[in-house]
Design a binder for this molecule. Structure first.
Ligand code: GDP
Length: 371
């Protein structure tokens, strides 16, 4: 069978004279094994802090990305370099508008970010899109993780998209995102979007690191005011009802009126800003400019009344406390001696041989002695 096939092959026909098989060539002397190895090692090696710092300040996206990877890493040697880089970038940060975007899955967040992002870059702005998704460890990144999303924006040289850091508690993920904001701003990104899913605790974290909070909603049939927590609505500086297109336009207008009424019930914000409700179609890129105008007015108004800066200062203090709490907790729970004693104490508490408070006290005493 195999022989037949060989005979059938046109190249083996005696009439076929066009083809000549040359003798093989020798391999070139060096295939650069050493330099390949050096390159691979280099890729993994942590560079000197100055390399990241200079790169970021020059707007080098590759080095920015590498520095963000260090920020996200839990390795001690990575964190040390990361903290040095953040420190050097801090004086060059802050010159941006930070916008939190939330809404239930499917509301159109990534479609909206793509539309608004393209609008911003078309006006000469530079946009970094970050995310906070503490669930992504289990769901393998439900937001921003999917590479097919935001295709246009990913190809835009004035946009930088970074998925949510995947590991750790909400506090840990949020701290990393906040540090990433600093690096992005130092790299020249003057617009920062932080996406989060509107279903849990993460909105509070996003709210505490952004200047403006945008809530995307859908017009439902009769359930306009449900599905999203009152607290999240209260945080919003603007509600945009998305998918206001086709035969959904009328429903969206009705929802708009209802949300407007609902917002009236909330007390006046400290910023003195009165949140509006608008409709848009992220898919058809309709209503995007009107939303941007609102964000611009907000920036103007809150800069004039100083709220913009007061809020940022308050956020910086809040994050200092958050970081202390997070690092204290980590340094406590990471101690092998604590881990060991914790198991024993848990057993005591479970069997009522010791109260929770006494057990906690003993563990804290041990921690104090270890330091
Ligand atoms: P996310 O989960 O909130 O990020 O939502 P996506 O941006 O992935 O959008 C979910 C679905 O809604 C996708 O199929 C989008 O194409 C669609 N979608 C998003 N925005 C609009 C819109 O303005 N109008 C319509 N008709 N569909 C939209």
């Amino acid at each position: 069978m195999a022989e037949n096939k060989k005979a059938d092959h046109p190249e083996n026909s005696p009439e076929y004279k066009g083809l000549m098989v040359n003798a093989g060539i020798d391999q070139p002397e060096s295939v650069n094994q050493d330099s390949v190895k050096r390159f691979l090692n280099k890729k993994r090696a942590v560079l000197a802090p100055e390399v990241y710092i200079n790169g970021i300040l020059a707007g080098d996206i590759t080095l920015l990305s590498k520095a963000v990877t260090l920020v996200e890493s839990s390795k001690k040697e990575h964190q040390q370099v990361a903290q040095e880089v953040i420190k050097a970038c801090l004086p060059h940060s802050g010159n941006s508008i930070r916008i939190g975007i939330t809404g239930v899955p499917g509301v159109g967040k990534s479609t909206f970010i793509e539309a608004m992002g393209r609008y911003i870059t078309s006006k000469g702005g530079k946009l970094a899109v970050l995310a906070i998704d503490p669930s992504s460890e289990c769901s393998k990144g439900s937001i921003l993780g999917d590479k097919t999303r935001m295709e246009e924006l990913s190809g835009d040289k004035n946009a930088y998209i970074r998925p949510s850091p995947s590991a750790g508690s909400l506090g840990g993920v949020a701290r990393k995102t906040r540090e990433t904001i600093i690096l992005c701003e130092a790299a020249g990104f003057d617009h920062i979007f932080i996406e989060t899913v509107g279903v849990g605790q993460s909105e509070t974290a996003v709210h505490s690191m952004t200047d403006f909070f945008l809530l995307l909603m859908l017009a439902g049939a009769g359930d306009e005011l449900q599905g999203i927590k009152r607290g999240i609505m209260e945080m919003a500086d603007l509600i945009a009802i998305n998918k206001a297109d086709g035969n959904n336009v009328e429903k969206a207008d009705i929802a708009k009126a209802q949300y407007k009424n609902a917002l009236h019930l909330f007390p006046l914000k400290e910023s003195e800003w009165i949140p509006q409700v608008l409709t848009c179609s992220a898919y058809h890129k309709v209503g995007i400019e009107a939303i941007w105008d609102q964000i611009e007015s907000y920036r103007q108004q809150t800069r004039n009344n100083d709220h913009f800066f007061r809020k940022r200062n308050a956020q910086a203090i809040y994050w200092m406390h958050e970081t202390i709490e997070e690092q204290l907790k980590r340094s406590f729970y990471d101690r092998p001696e604590i881990k060991e004693k914790l198991k024993i104490m848990e057993n005591y508490v479970m069997h009522d041989t010791m109260s929770s408070f006494v057990a906690a006290g003993e563990l804290l005493d041990l921690y104090a002695r270890l330091r």
